[in-house]
Design a protein. Structure first.
Length: 340
């Protein structure tokens, strides 16, 4: 049997404990918190796999604070995350896409961390079996006394750890605790996440652009010029970029991390502030991409430099390969000077 079973595998928990040992002052709370997230992810993964049989597809009969219809799996995933995070005794405040207000953890269960999360990103794709995921960012509480919403309104530079889970052909977690990016695949035979990609890096330049071109009539000029440039390159012999767009942020960003290129969800004349949420979508993904050597911007400033004003704040986002994103930044700068 030892020939087919790895008797010295690197599980995510083992990896976290090894990282913890590098910091003598560490209390183990962050390890405990991430383990609670792992439990929630495993449960969501199981629910996603048997959703059809368990009648978890379909509309739950309510809308979330974004005005989107809530799927049954959304409700399940949200409840799982809230309960697991509260019972970890490491959190004091939770911000979730599905709840209008921040959730304050009961005093007797409170710890020092704030978690912002999207329990089931891309859930509009559930019924057609497209990959969906979970996104999260972890901060330290900064205020004295009881936790307030201001503890969640921190710029991305303050993130302690961030990651996402992808429920696709397999279940994977991509995680950064501020020292690079690693990915772990769920081995269902032992119920553990095993290290599969160590110190992931995004290519300096890719060959793929990812954007919803159905909204092209609403784009601003820098975005129009960029897309025109990658589709119809003016440099002789330069091949055009390929277009890939899934419509599930976790899946699109994961592909960008693996293969390089750029993911874009710009502001439009219809949504002038952008569409994706800053706290639990853009900041965690930007943290991961920057830790992997890429860039993430609104076009005019780094995503991680934005100081949030509201917990459900929306922003424009361009992230991915450093050179590709820099091209977008340069175009915004060029158009700003031309209009000055």
């Amino acid at each position: 049997m030892s020939g087919t079973i790895d008797t010295d595998c690197m599980t995510l928990t083992r990896w976290l404990l090894a990282e913890q040992r590098k910091h003598p002052a560490a209390t183990g709370d962050l390890t405990q918190l991430i383990n609670a997230i792992l439990t929630a992810v495993k449960a969501i993964s199981s629910a996603v796999r048997r959703a059809g049989i368990a009648h978890l597809f379909g509309i739950a009969g309510s809308v979330n604070v974004q005005g989107e219809e809530v799927k049954k799996l959304d409700v399940l995933a949200n409840d799982l995350f809230i309960n697991m995070l509260k019972s970890s005794f490491t959190t004091c405040l939770l911000v979730t896409e599905e709840n209008e207000m921040a959730i304050e953890v009961e005093v007797e269960k409170q710890g020092k961390y704030v978690v912002c999360f999207d329990p089931l990103d891309g859930s509009s794709n559930i019924d057609c079996l497209v990959s969906i995921g979970t996104i999260f960012a972890i901060y330290r509480k900064v205020s004295e006394g009881p936790a307030t919403v201001n503890d969640a309104l921190q710029p991305g530079r303050n993130v302690v750890a961030a990651g996402y889970a992808l429920y696709g052909s397999a279940t994977m977690i991509v995680l950064s605790v501020g020292y690079g990016v690693n990915s772990f695949m769920l081995d269902p035979s032992i119920g553990e996440f095993l290290l599969t990609d160590r110190d992931m890096k995004v290519k300096p330049r890719g060959k793929i652009y990812s954007i919803n071109e159905g909204y092209s009539k609403f784009w601003d000029d820098p975005v129009k010029e960029y897309i025109e440039g990658v589709k119809y390159p003016k440099t002789p012999g330069k091949a055009p970029y390929g277009a890939r767009y899934i419509g599930s942020m976790v899946a699109d960003v994961h592909r960008t991390l693996k293969y390089g290129g750029i993911f874009m969800y710009p502001a439009t004349s219809e949504s002038p502030k952008g569409k994706l949420r800053l706290l639990y979508e853009c900041i965690p993904m930007s943290f991961i991409i920057e830790q992997a050597g890429g860039l993430a911007t609104t076009g005019t400033m780094p995503i991680l430099d934005i100081v949030p004003e509201k917990i459900h704040q929306r922003v424009a986002i361009f992230l991915g390969s450093k050179d590709d994103v820099q091209d977008v930044i340069d175009l915004y700068s060029k158009h700003a000077k031309a209009n000055a």
